[in-house]
Design a binder for this molecule. Structure first.
Ligand SMILES: [Fe+2]
Length: 137
């Protein structure tokens, strides 16, 4: 069962961004499919989710930052800082997990939930009217 079900409210209505956000959610949702009956397998699967999430998050943040920078978004640095904080939190969780902290998958879900709710619904949605006002997207 999916952990996060994509709903229309999560869309910023910029195709490339929405597709990337949905892809991040799809990666995250794979946490619910890990095989908890087999500890080694579970660890391998979670490790893979972390790695894919970290890779794709970097790719996604770069996409957003390129768009915002090119548009001269006035809160570009603030937005970039938020991305940096999220990436740092993910990295810290990844390190805890590799040291054997088993509560980390719960924290990973919380981080991503926080990212989804606060970042998309608040920070990301703030740049949309600006991009529209510049006739971008
Ligand atoms: Fe963002």
């Amino acid at each position: 069962m999916a952990i996060i079900t994509w709903i229309d409210e999560y869309n910023v209505n910029i195709k490339v961004i929405d597709e990337q956000h949905q892809h991040l959610v799809n990666i995250l949702n794979r946490i619910s499919e890990v095989d908890i009956a087999d500890e080694d397998k579970e660890k391998r699967q979670i490790r893979r989710v972390f790695a894919e999430l970290a890779d794709y998050m970097t790719y996604h943040f770069d996409t957003e930052e390129e768009i915002l920078k090119a548009a001269n978004y006035p809160y570009f640095q603030w937005h970039k800082q938020q991305h940096y904080e999220l990436a740092k939190q993910l990295l810290e969780l990844q390190i805890s997990f590799s040291k054997g902290d088993s509560t980390v998958s719960v924290e990973l879900l919380e981080l991503l939930n926080h990212w989804l709710i606060d970042h998309i619904l608040d920070s990301d949605k703030k740049y949309v009217p600006f991009l529209h006002s510049k006739s971008l997207f």
